[in-house]
Write a protein that binds this ligand. Sequence first.
Ligand code: ATP
Ligand code: MG
Length: 452
Amino acid sequence: MLEIISRFFDKGQSQRDTGEPVIVTSEYHSLSPKMISRDARKVVEVLQDAGYQAYVVGGAVRDLLLGLKAKDFDVATDAKPAEVKSLFRRSRIIGRRFQIVHVQFSREIIEVTTFRSNENKSNDSRKNHRQQTDSGMLTRDNVFGSLTDDASRRDLTINAMYYDPGDNSIHDFADGLGDIEKRTIRIMGDPATRFREDPVRMLRVVRFAAKLGFTIEPRTGKPMHKLAADLEHVSPPRLFDETLKLFMSGQGLASFWLLHEYGLFERMVPQVGGMIKDTNGLSSKLIQQAFTNTDLRIRAEKRVTPAFIYAALLWPAVQKLAAHYRDRGNSAAYALSKASGEVIAKQISITAIPRRFTLPMREIWDLQLLLPRRGGHRAKRLAEHPRFRAAYDFVLLREQAGEELSGLGDWWTAYQDASEDMQEQMSRRVGDPGSNRKRRNRRKPKPSSTPE
Ligand code: ATP
Ligand code: MG
């Protein structure tokens, strides 16, 4: 396949200037209509039969060309959302900032997007359909356009290829095929302008580079460090969704390093940003190890939860703040609880972590304080805690990252494998660090200020 694609390189170079697509016919690429889901083919067919243009676009074309499985199929068309809706009984228009139509089938939903334009036609009636903030960010984007317009407002060249299953051709607007061959992530248009319009595109650059193992073209990467601060304009729910895509893609560690390189990670998790500058320090090691473990779990098709990942990402900040409150005479439990609450409150103003994840995060942290206190009847009770497993994994993670916990992880591993009699003996034998809780806990907390 790749040799064939390379025959288009020359054309690819010249097409960048004209904005016109190279139409790559079937003998020169590896796609075939049967790679496209039946439902997506049906949507394209119905639209084309009604006289509209329609293509499969975006991630599916990119992934199939790379020999990967397509996650889902998006269709782009010149039919307006209402026109699309009228052609499919089980369909609905969704979104406001960006209207699209969902066509429902029994096995999947096909997302149909009307061609958009990237042009700012500010003195015509379209003005209200496209809104921008002072920083250049798009807040509404419903100006419809031609196929060529649509291609130029897509994020990456490898995402701007349009496949027509009807005649088995690819309309390649910016040498996306060449970039697939060269394994390059290249943004469409002027990088700084495109990142200002939508700072999430910087995260998408990183995500696809990490996921596909591609290199970020230097021109694309150049303005990212400077524009990383623009992430603060992104709404917390959207930023949370994007962080999950980055962290739970199976390439979390690779994503982390790239985010770090471009100064993006520090913007996404600012409370630990300053603490991970030393990549060999305990804080950075803990985060690296959390991503390594998560990636392994995903590859083994084991369950992963954002609660565990965020618990690890924020743990260095929680520990630092808790130490500050302990230094001011508060009990360990009170200091931890106060620190946890404050760290989470700051983080959710950036990435809106839902409560169903912040609650288990706090439980995992609380249990870090309780798991060493395993004498007497405590061990049995702790092992029955609904969050025990996650908290135990978290202890192992801390030890793997190099924290010295006096063999705590091994003790709990042995405990879980032991018979009931053995478990009782183990609990009896262990000195109980919990017994020195006594008065310290009851000491009245001093009013305290937050450290820098
Ligand atoms: P995947 O679904 O595998 O994560 P994808 O490329 O399909 O990857 P989607 O988020 O489903 O990603 O978006 C579909 C297409 O819409 C993309 O391929 C791209 O062409 C375009 N797109 C998505 N987000 C943006 C954005 N922020 N700016 C410009 N174009 C975008
Ligand atoms: Mg997609």
